[in-house]
Design a protein around this ligand. Structure first.
Ligand code: ZN
Ligand code: ZN
Length: 286
């Protein structure tokens, strides 16, 4: 990003009309690209359970015109569309577009719900299997997993809870690559206190969601380098992108500032791996 090199401004959680986003994939690429600010975005449309209730309601509401899931039958076409747009985005905007999907479980009992993003997805992953198997499937194809909005939101928005991974973190922590510490306008302090590898995303569904939490990554602009930075979770920062401006000191919360603000002080070199984080609880001031 101009003025803040060598950090890359990234958004790893973006929906299009391939599922329930308001804009087409091309419109999304142009929206991010024309800001002249973004370096990396991931397209992460929903893969829903076959019997997803919300999807059935939505299909009825649109008289069957919209399918709110990337189904197995449409998966190859979805990847091909992303690949074509990625080429165009790199050429026009020097924007790296990463193929992804949000494997989405909306059960009637919300304690079982999880939304898991697979970045650099290559093969279809069904949502009709336990969350642990979804995470294993992501790892088996060399993709990177994100636990999406893993904790309760504090807003009054009516929303399906997605706390399964957080509630079962001791069992799944070694399978999750990164956790969303921030999603759109929300900041999940509990996630950050535990010192799991974390990032921030917009969960983009419509243009106003462009202005929200984002991730800064210090790496080369290739997926391999970005993925390595996310996994090691060093040189990663959370930032608020607001009305086209970003990276002002007061708007940029680096890990150190974020930790300090939550009363936890730790040097970057002491960032724990998920495994070691489970052995010893994070030091809390209070
Ligand atoms: Zn979600
Ligand atoms: Zn989402």
């Amino acid at each position: 990003m101009p003025g803040y090199e060598p950090f890359l401004l990234c958004d790893f959680h973006v929906h299009t009309r391939w599922s329930d986003g308001r804009l087409s994939l091309r419109e999304v690429v142009d929206l991010y690209g024309k800001t002249g600010r973004f370096d990396v975005i991931a397209i992460t449309d929903h893969i829903l359970m076959k019997k997803d209730l919300l999807a059935r309601v939505a299909r009825m509401a649109t008289l069957g015109r919209r399918d709110f899931s990337v189904t197995e039958a449409r998966f190859e076409a979805y990847l091909a569309d992303i690949a074509a747009e990625a080429k165009r985005a790199r050429r026009l905007y020097d924007l790296l577009v990463v193929p992804g999907a949000e494997i989405t479980q909306n059960h009637i009992r919300s304690r079982k719900n999880s939304h898991i993003i697979a970045l650099d997805i290559k093969e279809f992953i069904s949502a009709d299997q336990p969350a642990e198997d979804i995470l294993r499937a992501i790892r088996a194809q060399g993709a990177l997993s994100i636990a999406c909005h893993p904790h309760h939101r504090t807003t009054r928005r009516v929303e399906v809870g997605t706390c399964y991974l957080w509630d079962n973190r001791k069992r799944v922590v070694d399978l999750v690559d990164v956790w969303e510490a921030a999603n759109r306008d929300d900041l999940f302090s509990v996630t950050s206190l535990k010192h799991y590898p974390y990032i921030a995303n917009s969960d983009f569904h419509k243009p106003k969601h462009l202005h929200s939490w984002k991730t800064l990554v210090r790496s080369e602009k290739t997926w391999e380098a970005v993925a390595a930075a996310l996994r090691s979770n060093v040189d990663v920062a959370l930032t608020l992108y607001r009305n086209g401006s970003w990276a002002a000191w007061e708007l940029t919360l680096t890990f150190e500032v974020l930790r300090s603000s939550f009363g936890v002080l730790r040097s970057q070199s002491a960032i724990r791996t998920p495994q070691s984080a489970m052995r010893k609880p994070a030091a809390r001031v209070r």
